[in-house]
Design a protein around this ligand. Structure first.
Ligand code: SF4
Length: 221
């Protein structure tokens, strides 16, 4: 199967919409996508959504966030976890955007990386979701699934990103994160992946369904 066919098969099986996907579909501004991606670190989509919407209901520009009281920002983004660190970062990012980028979010990978709290995954998310620039944001789901499918053999997300860029045709980069993140949340989950109902189990070298069935049987004995 070609990569495109595999991704199409995956897409057919998915439900709902990830938060960044929703923001991109609603053509939200790059600033909201950047801040939401920073808030999404080490938390679930639902928590990111709540924190983003609460924050942007009150402060929705770099200027308003830069001027806001830090305690207030912390309370608004509390649901995203690590809220003190995240509040400080988004306030600092807002100040830098005002001072160095005329209140705009840069659409350049290296410039994005220079912002506090912005690593490779966040920079690539902003490129893909805010600017539709082909890039591959690699989070835990993309890293795990790419390795399970045998697309790459890598030990960490940064190496996965490089390996995927050498493997996946560029026209598919833009949809890779969108599909694999939801696939990783719904089917190819970290523990006990749902291989028995997975639409690509026939071509997956890591189909765990037998292994899980044996374990289940042993437990029932
Ligand atoms: S068969 Fe299992 S391991 Fe392979 S992609 Fe599907 S859910 Fe993931």
């Amino acid at each position: 199967m070609e990569y495109k066919e595999i991704l199409d098969e995956i897409e057919k099986q998915l439900e709902g919409e990830a938060h960044l996907d929703e923001l991109a579909r609603k053509k939200q501004d790059p600033f909201k996508i950047l801040i939401s991606t920073i808030l999404s670190a080490r938390t679930r989509d639902a928590n990111t959504r709540i924190a983003t919407e609460k924050l942007f209901a009150k402060y929705n520009t770099p200027e308003s966030i830069a001027k806001a009281n830090i305690d207030d920002i912390e309370q608004l983004v509390k649901s995203s976890g690590f809220y003190k660190v995240k509040a400080a970062r988004i306030k600092e990012v807002s100040k830098i955007l005002i001072e160095e980028y005329n209140s705009n979010v840069p659409d350049d990978y290296e410039e994005l990386l220079n912002l506090p709290g912005v690593g490779s995954k966040t920079a690539n998310c902003v490129l893909v979701y805010a600017f539709k620039v082909p890039a591959i944001p690699v989070d835990t789901h993309v890293h795990r699934i790419s390795n399970r499918l045998g697309w790459v053999t890598t030990k960490n997300p940064l190496k996965t990103e490089v390996a995927l860029k050498n493997t996946i045709p560029k026209e598919l980069w833009i949809k890779l994160n969108r599909l694999l993140v939801r696939f990783g949340q719904q089917i190819c989950v970290s523990i006990k992946p749902k291989c028995d109902v997975c639409s690509i189990n026939k071509i997956c070298p890591k189909d765990f369904s037998m292994e899980l069935a044996v374990k289940k049987k042993k437990k029932s004995l």
